[in-house]
Design a protein. Structure first.
Length: 187
């Protein structure tokens, strides 16, 4: 008889085994109840619903046609920043979201040459396809379809999203990022 068989057939173990199993079951039920129902009670009694109107998000203004000045800023930003031709102009056309952490042109120029700045680079040709997601008085979102320059090592075209914000009367690029919508299977 092995040691394991001796433990399993022991009268002392068989007497306490139902009690241990019952305690384990009780602990599991208590854990389930605590986890399942603990998220239904508000953490703070003052977080309850109110009859006051909801706060309104700042308005982006009325819908507008794409201004020539915004189109010009977008084109110059792509040439200067994305294609990497003029870091100083890219800095001047960038809004606070892109410049976040850069308090001076000197710091921007230093990082441009070493670690890079928060502009997704792309070796784009001079021609780009543009679609307007929306254009409002204070904010515009554009999609650009860029093709790579031959010999750049990049083989696939890329779609980018650009967000332009009107800040102190000027259009500035406040976001530039790649856009990859999920693939949708056609039936």
């Amino acid at each position: 008889m092995s040691a394991l068989e001796g433990i399993v057939t022991s009268p002392k173990v068989n007497r306490y085994l139902p009690w241990v199993a019952g305690l384990v079951l009780l602990a599991g039920v208590i854990s389930f109840v605590v986890v399942h129902y603990s998220n239904t009670v508000p953490a703070n009694p003052s977080d309850r619903l109110s009859s006051k109107p909801a706060t309104q998000e700042t308005s982006l203004g009325k819908a507008i046609a794409l201004p020539k000045s915004a189109r010009s800023v977008a084109a110059r930003f792509i040439d200067a920043g994305v294609r990497g031709h003029d870091p100083q102009l890219a800095y001047r056309l960038s809004g606070p979201e892109i410049r976040d952490g850069y308090h001076s042109l000197k710091q921007w120029m230093q990082d441009w040459k070493t670690v890079g700045v928060p502009i997704q680079p792309y070796p784009a040709t001079e021609k780009a396809s543009l679609s307007i997601d929306y254009a409002r008085q204070h904010e515009i979102q554009l999609k650009f379809f860029l093709r790579p320059v031959k010999g750049s090592g990049v083989t696939k075209p890329q779609i980018f999203l650009m967000l332009l914000d009107r800040i102190h009367g000027r259009w500035l690029v406040n976001s530039w990022q790649t856009f990859s919508p999920p693939a949708i299977k056609t039936p």
